[in-house]
Design a protein around this ligand. Structure first.
Ligand code: ARG
Length: 474
């Protein structure tokens, strides 16, 4: 076991020997938390200004800290590698580089601050920024879905339950279901952003900073909506990361279900849709294959989104208050989910915009058994109790399936047994089935037009929200 020089670490004052390789392997986090660099820099700049207002550092020192941090950020963004293997995490790395570059002012930066409130601040900014970004991507996908729904508002297709043809719907109505599901996903990211929206800086290690920094001014500078109410809560809990991960996992389940349908619909047995070459792959062996990998991977990636939520829930659950090092495990699941969700949204957005839909094929797959419920409803309108009507139509359906015919192809004799007889047969059509469903939220043309209008209005509102978020930086 090799021993590091104790003076290598910024906290090494009380230590006589260095850290074991085993501890170093589990403890050092720079390789992943360097993603927090821009957020750490903004947090530290705000803290420096706040120390300046207190007179703890001079205006010149504030200036050298703020511009020194800016220089570190731009150097790293340009690809310069400023960090050393001995840097424990991004926060220590930045402070070290700053101190190397600007001297004493750099060593004053950590006054009145702990890594505990520093990390909580940078990570909250990361989560908020990613909620903003994902919100924008969701909006773009919703726009794509709405455009196709508008175009396909009259395209009739079979609606399924239990993967069996159930009742006719329109493709527009189906796609609006995705639109409105995404609307709730979008709301969840706004809520997650809000939940991460209080400034923890000033909480110190756990008890509150002894330097009376103006926490509200720092909050305003960093775009937070307010300050955390309690210093112990501020550094201990990660419930806001769990909400973010939950929003990602739930969005994953939304996308996975639709991906599953789209994969099925692209199979030759269905042939409802063809995906472009940009979102499909070939087979290494079978020259005939064109596989919908984009949607398959979208479905598959849902597993890790749910896994990330489960992992962090489990970690947070056991960690004693206030800060325990367990909490460092919060970063990787959040980074992974944020990045995974972005990729999935990109796939859906692009693949759906490129997709070719095949209304003729959808039509050719309609069986008139889809109209069985309507037939029962017509009987009800003639005064027959629904349960009896259901039974009568069931018998007719049984006859049709036994003779491998459609309902409408059954001989007159079969229809004559039904109360109302042949006149009932004349009423059945896919168009009339849709037209009877103009109930709010239904698949009827008026209802679908209303849904399209409501969706258009919500999209306009969401655009305004996005513009507001983008103005605020994080
Ligand atoms: N990298 C650590 C984290 O993300 C920093 C916090 C360390 N704090 C401490 N008190 N040791 O949790």
């Amino acid at each position: 076991m090799s021993q590091q020089q104790p003076q290598g670490a910024m906290w090494a004052g009380r230590f006589e020997s260095g850290m074991s390789d085993a501890l170093r392997a589990i403890s050092f986090s720079l390789h992943f938390d360097r993603k927090l660099l821009p957020y750490d820099v903004r947090g530290s700049q705000a803290h420096a200004r706040s120390l300046g207002r207190l007179g703890v550092v001079s205006p010149d020192e504030v200036e050298s800290i703020v511009s020194g941090l800016e220089g570190i950020l731009s150097d790293v963004l340009e690809g310069k590698d400023l960090f050393l293997p001995s840097d424990e995490d991004v926060h220590m790395a930045v402070e070290r580089v700053l101190s190397d570059r600007v001297g004493a002012p750099g060593r004053k930066l950590h006054t009145g601050r702990s890594r505990n409130d520093q990390v909580a601040t940078a990570f909250r900014l990361y989560v908020r920024d990613n909620c903003r970004r994902i919100h924008g991507q969701l909006l773009s996908l919703q726009r794509a879905v709405l455009d196709i729904a508008r175009e396909r508002k009259d395209t009739v297709m079979a609606g399924y339950t239990h993967m069996q043809q159930a009742q006719p719907v329109t493709l527009g109505h189906y796609l609006l279901s995705l639109y409105f599901a995404l609307e709730r996903d979008r709301a969840r990211f706004l809520q997650a952003r809000e939940r991460a929206g209080r400034n923890p800086l000033g909480a110190g290690a756990l008890a509150g900073s002894a330097f009376p920094v103006d926490r509200r001014a720092v909050a305003a500078e960093l775009g937070f909506d307010g300050v955390t109410e309690n210093s112990i809560d501020a550094v201990s809990h990660r419930d806001w990361t769990l909400e973010f991960l939950s929003a990602c996992a739930i969005l994953g389940t939304t996308l996975s279900r639709y991906a599953e349908d789209f994969v099925t619909w692209s199979a030759s047995e269905f042939g409802y849709v063809t995906f472009s070459d940009r979102y499909t792959t070939g087979s290494s062996m079978m020259p005939n294959k064109k596989n919908p990998d984009g949607f398959e991977l979208a479905r598959g990636k849902c597993g890790r989104l749910v896994g990330n939520l489960t992992a962090l829930m489990t970690t947070v659950k056991g960690a004693p208050l206030t800060y325990s090092r367990d909490l460092q495990e919060d970063k990787e699941p959040v980074f992974d989910s944020a990045e995974t969700v972005s990729v999935l949204l990109g796939i859906f957005d692009g693949a759906l915009r490129d997709a070719k839909w095949h209304p003729d094929r959808m039509k050719s797959r309609l069986t008139d058994l889809l109209l069985a419920t309507d037939l029962a409803d017509y009987l009800v309108e003639d005064g027959i109790p629904f349960r009896d009507a259901h039974h009568l139509v069931g018998a007719l359906v049984g006859e049709a399936t036994r003779s491998a015919k459609g309902l409408l192809d059954l001989p007159d004799s079969a229809w004559q047994d039904l109360p109302g007889g042949l006149s009932m047969r004349g009423k059945l059509s896919f168009e009339s089935s849709l037209a009877r469903r103009n109930i709010e939220g239904g698949t009827g043309p008026v209802s679908v037009a209303n849904q399209l209008a409501a969706a258009g209005a919500s999209l306009a509102k969401a655009d305004a929200i996005q513009a507001e978020l983008d103005k605020g930086g994080f």
